[in-house]
Design a binder for this molecule. Structure first.
Ligand SMILES: Cc1cc2nc3c(=O)[nH]c(=O)nc-3n(C[C@H](O)[C@H](O)[C@H](O)COP(=O)(O)OP(=O)(O)OC[C@H]3O[C@@H](n4cnc5c(N)ncnc54)[C@H](O)[C@@H]3O)c2cc1C
Length: 316
């Protein structure tokens, strides 16, 4: 597995040699749930994606350790998802897809530290911080990913980034062992964290005592701003492109007149040009064709190469 934002190396293993029997053996004994030939569109905010050989939801961190060990022993690829920054191709993902949806515990620790298991959604975490009058996560209001996904992506907004809040990260490494890393041991870059191979299963966030009404006000204002400027009523995966240095991908896309451009049911949002939305029946091929069209136009007309923020995974 590579270092970087991929978490667990997976993607196209067209030549991977394992059978359905191997896959079944690799998820045997899990206390969480397993779902074979599961359509991944149901696990993504884009509502796009072919099937996984199996999706498993480990019951707890020990269950994560078990599936990692069993998958490794059979050389079966693992892919972890929260599902909100992903375009999964129409052929789906071979091997085991892990969802941390059952790792949802949040714990307050001394000196304004919050520990969140990897599957806790950012909105839930922010709600908890508000109820406990803890400030410092307001920047993340409206980010729909999991706490783990936000660590891996170093998620951020113009108000802040995940790296500003992280104290330490808990991972399950590729041997199936639990490893804790201090934030200082991790290099964070724009929309990625350079982590060792493995699955992020928890994060400690350093917050500070605050005034509940003030934290709530900042969060509410930012959610309103997002509602006014982003197409939140339609399926999407957030921003498609990273912002080029000192510019905004949305501004460039709008400038070349591609707001509203479509391939099939995939559309460059009329509300925010760096979002692509699924108007209902879009598939991954539509989205990748639209991405190609936008990139070519920006390259030709502005001379800028747009890099993807969206992760495109799986098989065609
Ligand atoms: C409406 C909308 C608004 C958004 N706004 C923002 C925004 O303002 N700022 C921003 O940064 N993002 C934004 N996003 C994108 C997205 O929410 C973030 O990138 C988030 O960090 C992704 O988290 P996730 O859990 O969904 O991870 P995924 O999208 O599923 O995964 C992202 C990558 O992380 C890996 N990964 C996920 N979980 C783990 C794990 N436990 N261990 C190891 N690897 C893992 C995946 O394999 C993948 O490579 C938005 C998305 C939507 C739909």
């Amino acid at each position: 597995m590579t270092r970087g934002s991929q978490g667990v190396r997976t993607t196209a293993h067209a030549h991977a040699k394992f059978t359905q029997t191997d896959v079944r053996a690799a998820v045997a004994g899990l206390r969480g749930s397993t779902s074979f030939r599961a359509p991944l569109r149901e696990y993504t905010s884009f509502k796009i994606g072919g099937p996984a050989d199996v999706v498993c939801e480990p019951a707890d961190i020990d269950d994560v350790c078990l599936v990692v060990r069993q998958a490794r022993a059979r050389k079966i690829p693992l892919f972890v998802l929260g599902g909100t920054n992903l375009l999964i191709r129409d052929g789906g993902i071979r091997g085991i897809v892990v969802s941390l949806a059952r790792l949802r515990a949040i714990k307050e620790e001394p000196t304004a530290v919050l520990y969140a298991e990897g599957g806790v959604g950012m909105p839930t975490l922010i709600g908890y911080a508000i109820r406990h009058s803890l400030a410092g996560l307001e920047w993340a209001a409206g980010i729909p990913g999991t706490a783990a996904g936000c660590v891996v992506m170093n998620a951020g907004t113009k108000l802040g980034e995940m790296k500003d809040s992280i104290k330490a990260v808990r991972m399950v490494n590729m041997k199936g062992q639990i490893v804790d890393l201090e934030a200082a041991q991790v290099r964070f870059e724009y929309r990625r964290a350079l982590l060792p191979r493995g699955i992020v299963v928890g994060v400690w966030l350093q917050l500070k005592p605050g005034v509940q009404s003030e934290i709530q006000r900042v969060v509410k204002d930012y959610l309103h701003y997002r509602r006014d400027t982003q197409p939140l009523a339609m399926p999407s995966a957030g921003c498609v492109f990273k912002n080029p240095p000192n510019d905004s991908a949305g501004r460039l896309i709008e400038a070349v007149g591609l707001k509203g451009a479509r391939v099939g049911d995939a559309e460059v949002s009329m509300k925010h040009a760096n979002f692509m939305v699924n108007r209902g029946q879009a598939n991954a091929a539509d989205v990748t064709a639209l991405i190609g069209k936008v990139r070519r136009a920006i390259r030709r007309r502005v001379g800028v190469r747009l890099d993807l923020e969206l992760k495109i995974v799986g098989e065609t």
